[in-house]
Design a protein around this ligand. Structure first.
Ligand code: TXA
Ligand code: MG
Length: 338
């Protein structure tokens, strides 16, 4: 068991933040809450500390990590140039679940960027994360605080279960508000491009910058491209349980009947599916909210639960094909990939 300290999510106790900052200053790893998922943090300008993150996650070195900052001023110190669009997006969405990929400053360690000439930056909208960045006095490198290729943690208990003693301290501020990772936008190419759909919707991004490109179909990539942006690798968000994507409503019940194995779980959201599933023998049935924000909030916890229940298969009802649901559809697709 790692050391776990409980704090207030809105006004974290200064002693707890100082304690965590001391762990970081000694080169340690601190798991901390953000508004999206829990992050596994190390001092972002100390390459040796950052390498410990990869060891703890058993993640191949070379995958770029996000640097968490307390705002645009700190972000600018980490970039060789700061496009006008970066300022507009930061003004509109920071602090918040948006990661901006910009040209990297020379003093950002290779361990952070995987040797790439660009760096991903975000100011999280969580009092604990912001307090920790300020107490550390430098940006914090932090991927999601789960073992490589596992589902991102939305509670401190998920972190403890996935990483155990490989993290020095876990700051527990309760469940994360969004429950799905930040949207990643690359500002270094000819056109700004969404690299990973996430908690900031494409609609809200395009309200600020209509030219932002998003190619949902092209987002599952393999090989070198996947290494350049690992959120794009298939199976990046997979639970151990076999996930089967079913259709909408009655089709979810049909998929249960067709499933192999005896311990079948279901994640549904529609009244139609609920009615069709009535009377079927299920090891677990979770009905998530019918709105995208509510659904996202519960999804990763549901995938963690599936593993805890030792299901033979988890049938997931198709979600609506609307922009607000794209990030969720993306995670489900990855969770289900063979
Ligand atoms: O919400 C989040 O983004 C969470 C919290 C902890 O902030 N973090 C997170 O980190 O999900 P991680 O490492 O699991 O995912 C980072 C994503 C990946 O898709 C990665 O490819 C992309 O950001 N990324 C980071 N730096 C990049 C860079 N320099 N170039 C391209 N993509 C980058
Ligand atoms: Mg991750």
């Amino acid at each position: 068991m790692p050391r776990v300290v409980r704090v207030s999510p809105t006004s974290p106790e200064p002693e707890a933040i100082a304690d965590a900052a001391a762990v970081l200053a000694a080169g340690g790893l601190v798991a901390f809450p953000t508004e999206t998922v829990y992050g596994l943090g190390a001092r972002g300008l100390h390459g040796a500390d950052v390498l410990r993150i990869f060891a703890a996650k058993e993640r191949p070195v070379g995958h770029p990590l996000i640097l968490h900052v307390d705002g645009e001023a700190m972000a600018r110190t980490l970039a060789t140039s700061w496009p006008l669009l970066a300022s507009r997006l930061a003004a509109a969405f920071w602090p918040g679940p948006l990661t901006l990929v910009v040209p990297r400053a020379a003093h950002v360690p290779d361990a952070v960027t995987g040797g790439l000439a660009r760096v991903g930056l975000r100011a999280p909208q969580h009092a604990v994360a912001l307090a920790l960045v300020r107490a550390a006095g430098e940006p914090l490198a932090a991927p999601s605080a789960n073992a490589h290729m596992h589902v991102s943690p939305t509670t401190a208990a998920h972190v403890v279960r996935s990483l155990g003693d490989r993290v020095d301290l876990v700051i527990d501020a309760g469940p994360c508000a969004h429950g799905i990772e930040s949207t990643v936008v690359d500002l270094t190419g000819d056109v700004p491009r969404v690299l990973r759909a996430g908690a900031t919707s494409l609609e809200s991004l395009r309200a600020i910058a209509p030219e932002i490109a998003y190619d949902a179909a092209g987002l599952t990539v393999q090989g070198d491209a996947a290494r350049a942006s690992p959120g794009l690798a298939s199976r990046h968000y997979a639970p151990r349980t076999r996930v089967v994507l079913a259709g909408h409503g009655r089709a979810a019940a049909d998929a249960v009947r067709a499933a192999r194995g005896t311990r079948i779980g279901v994640i549904a959201w529609s009244a139609e599916a609920r009615a069709a599933l009535e009377g079927l023998a299920l090891a677990s049935l979770l009905v998530l909210p019918a709105d995208a924000d509510g659904y996202a909030h519960g999804l990763f916890a549901a995938l963690h639960e599936a593993d805890a229940h030792a299901l033979d298969a988890l049938i997931v009802e198709a979600v609506p094909d609307a922009p607000a649901w794209w990030a969720i559809a993306d995670r489900l697709r990855r969770a289900a990939e063979p």
